[in-house]
Design a protein around this ligand. Structure first.
Ligand SMILES: [Zn+2]
Length: 162
């Protein structure tokens, strides 16, 4: 073959051939991606024994060997703090995190560029967050974002010393 005398001709086919297999990510794997695509939400599955929520959902809890069937939406997500340092895209990131902001009410530590300050300040004020200078030990609430801003939900008892 390497000397070129016994080369086989390559043939091309149309791509219409029958495939003897089907790729699958399983019942829960498919549902996981369908929910993201169609409802823009994440699902996990809760283990009845250890109570852990596994993401993405699967049929069996590995440590417990329990069969799993309780799909749960990850709305009560335990997001406690989000740090944003995105060089001028702060406002876009916050707008994209609307659901997390509304449902999880995390703390934010955000680097805010001067050109984004008014828009980012407006988002936090609309969502009822208190603003603090993240580079200062002062607990003085700000009326607009600092370069490094700590944003705390108004209902929270946490301060910038948390
Ligand atoms: Zn388990």
């Amino acid at each position: 073959m390497e000397n070129g005398k016994n080369r086989e001709l390559l043939t091309l086919n149309s791509g219409d051939m029958a495939m003897p297999y089907e790729w699958s990510i399983g019942l829960y794997g498919s549902r996981f991606f369908q929910e993201i695509r169609e409802k823009r939400r994440f699902l996990g599955i809760r283990c009845p024994k250890c109570q852990k929520v596994l993401v993405p959902p699967r049929r069996i809890c590995g440590p417990c060997f329990q069969k799993l069937d309780e799909l749960v939406e990850l709305v009560s997500c335990p997001v406690g703090l989000i740090k944003i340092d995105v060089e001028g895209a702060e406002y876009a990131v916050l707008e994209g995190a609307t659901r997390v902001l509304a449902e999880c009410r995390p703390l934010f530590y955000v680097e805010v560029g001067a050109e984004q300050n008014a828009d980012v300040t407006a988002v936090f004020q609309r969502l009822k967050y208190r603003l603090y200078d993240g580079d200062s030990d002062d607990e003085v609430e700000l009326t607009q974002c600092a370069f490094n801003t700590l944003a705390v939900p108004r209902e929270s008892t946490r301060t910038n010393r948390c």
